[in-house]
Design a protein around this ligand. Structure first.
Ligand code: FMN
Length: 193
């Protein structure tokens, strides 16, 4: 069964710490037999959400025409998402927040576009705040029907990934669990809406 893992880099830097961490996870996903792609939000024209939903006028694939329509097509093909964000003042980056806001249009179809997609999160920081970033990303994604993978987060502070004393490689574990869970979901054609 072929699994497609899409990494989404919410950093302003395409070769920064977040991209490196994401690429590690994607590399391990390939070793698990998955196809992978990385999407750099910084390379895309993604305008801020204008809250059409407040006037009951939020529509898929969004009233704003920019690069999001192409991104929705890529999202449709993905079985797994890995959202990567640097910590910017104890929050996810503006690029990632903007992107997540624009995913609101995905909820305007049945089943919602993210329904049953398996996701994990990687976040980086110089010092502290990356756990908040992870939590901030988990809430909207699960709310939009995506399934959080077990041991879903890989957090890197000051260039160091937090590792357990059990010799576990968190990037590898995230990749393995993403691919395995996506296979289970696909096998069952799991739709949850
Ligand atoms: C605007 C801004 C705000 C930041 N705020 C924090 C912070 O609150 N906590 C922290 O530990 N690092 C903070 N950092 C550092 C970045 O999280 C860190 O350098 C990160 O790894 C950058 O990711 P990148 O290499 O993908 O660009 C901040 C950086 C920027 C540019």
């Amino acid at each position: 069964m072929s699994i497609f893992v899409l990494g989404i880099n919410g950093s302003a830097r395409k070769n920064g710490n977040t991209a490196k961490l994401l690429n590690k996870v994607l590399g391990y996903a390939r070793k698990e037999g998955a196809k992978t792609e990385i999407l750099h939000l910084a390379s895309k024209d993604i305008k801020p959400c204008i809250s059409c939903i407040a006037e009951e006028n939020c529509k898929y694939p969004c009233n704003i025409k920019d690069d999001m329509q192409g991104i929705f097509e890529t999202l449709k093909k993905a079985d797994c998402l890995v959202l990567g964000s640097p910590t910017y003042w104890y929050s996810m980056s503006g690029l990632m927040k903007n992107f997540i806001d624009r995913l609101t249009a995905c909820d305007m179809v049945e089943p919602p576009l993210l329904d049953g997609k398996v996701f994990g999160v990687v976040s980086t920081a110089l010092k502290e705040g990356s756990a908040q970033v992870t939590l901030q990303i988990i809430a909207p994604l699960t709310s939009m029907g995506a399934i959080m993978v077990p041991y879903n987060d890989v957090i890197e502070n000051a260039g160091k990934v937090w590792r357990t004393e059990f010799g576990i490689n968190p990037e590898k574990r995230l990749a393995r669990n993403l691919v395995n869970l996506a296979k289970l979901v696909k096998e069952k054609q799991g739709k949850w809406f």
